[in-house]
Design a protein around this ligand. Structure first.
Ligand code: F6R
Ligand code: MG
Ligand code: MG
Length: 360
């Protein structure tokens, strides 16, 4: 029987400023999910100020019951967060009443349905202080770059490549590209992660291999609320890239958009679960990776995969990069390009200069 893995997240309020989720919010979420008879298993954690619900069930993706459960869990946690006067309590819950599908209502969602394998390793990536397109780079490396994933060359099960579904969030369109044949077309798109977002990766036979949350909070709210702080699920081993191949792209702290006020580029730091707290300049942007074996619908784990000295050098390099780019202060390329600043609070500041501009 098929199982569904749903990772649903929201910023419902934070301790201090936009740093971490309060332990009380985690406890509330655990209690709410434990009450449900509609799910097989769950794990609750946080990445920075985002409350993360990892849920296994058998109801398929986009299921109303599961989305409602997540929504009510966030609402309960937000209610208490408001009472405690935690910062920005209820931030990502953009609507008052649940519409039947949590998509478009503020929270981020990544879900996949598949037949549980005889042994089934999966990795859940969770990020804070960055945008949905930040998975473009690692997903490309994992599923299309033979210098990252040696299985693409060596393993006959991976050798034919993968298919990539890319969304154009400006035009609300999507395209499916097949790699390695169309690798340059793929890169032409996903190299611009603020517009083109890699949503799904499939095997050539059409089986789901990876999926990411694509919610753009600024587009949903029409203004800057917080960054998307996306999540991503990747299947590993036995016909999919090995766990180590899935983690390998994160050994390079590539630049992502987000960080302070969602308005700055910064290095993406891989961190252990205990270090998923945003501090310096409200960041830097960070990513954590929890590995689970799925076993008859239960989550065995997690294994906190970036809690490894093997990533220490990456973290050092990221800190050097953070120092370097911070020195630009409010200048690009630290600050995001103007079109992306339209969704921040900057236009409000510029309004007062409007009438002072004279024709040249
Ligand atoms: C980034 C983020 C923070 C806030 C910043 C200002 O996603 O949430 O960097 O933008 O702390 O927050 P406010 O406007 O609430 O004072
Ligand atoms: Mg926040
Ligand atoms: Mg956040």
């Amino acid at each position: 029987m098929k199982i569904t893995l749903s990772v649903i997240k929201a910023d419902i309020g934070s301790l201090v400023g936009h740093s971490i989720v309060h332990p009380t919010s985690i406890d509330i979420a655990k209690k709410e999910l434990a009450k449900s008879r509609d799910i097989e298993d769950f794990y609750v954690t946080h990445c920075g100020d985002d409350l993360e619900l990892i849920i296994v069930h058998r109801k398929g993706i986009n299921n109303k019951v599961i989305h409602k459960l997540a929504w009510q869990t966030f609402m309960k946690a937000a209610e208490k967060a408001k009472k405690m006067k935690l910062y920005a309590a209820g931030q990502d819950l953009l609507v008052k009443t649940f519409s039947g599908n949590i998509k478009g209502q503020g929270p981020g969602v990544a879900e996949m349905e598949f037949n549980e394998r005889p042994s089934d390793p999966i990795i859940v990536f969770m990020a804070d202080k960055t945008e949905a397109g930040s998975w473009n780079f690692p997903l490309y490396k994992i599923f299309a770059d033979p210098f990252n994933t040696s299985g693409l060359v060596i393993d006959p099960k991976l050798h034919s490549g993968f298919k990539f579904e890319v969304l154009d969030v400006l035009k609300n369109k999507k395209v499916l590209l097949s790699c390695p044949e169309e690798v340059y077309d793929l890169l032409a798109l996903i190299g611009a992660p603020s517009r083109y977002i890699l949503k799904n990766v499939y095997t050539k036979k059409g089986e789901i291999a990876a999926t990411s949350s694509i919610e753009k909070l600024s587009k949903l709210a029409g203004r800057y609320v917080g960054k998307d702080d996306p999540v991503c699920i990747v299947r590993a081993q036995s016909g999919f890239p090995a766990v180590g191949e899935v983690l390998e792209p994160f050994a390079f702290p590539f630049m992502v958009a987000g960080w302070m006020r969602g308005s700055h580029h910064g290095p993406f730091i891989p961190v252990a679960e205990k270090n998923a707290k945003c501090t310096r300049f409200d960041g830097p942007p960070r990513v954590m990776a929890l590995g689970f074996q799925i076993s008859n619908g239960k989550l065995i784990g997690p294994n906190d995969l970036f809690d490894d000295p093997g990533f220490d050098k990456t973290r050092q390099e990221a800190n050097v990069m953070a120092d370097y780019i911070r020195k630009h202060g409010p200048f690009e390329p630290h600050r995001l390009p103007s079109d992306e600043m339209e969704y921040t609070t900057l236009p409000e500041v510029l309004k007062k200069l409007k009438n002072r501009f004279k024709k040249i």
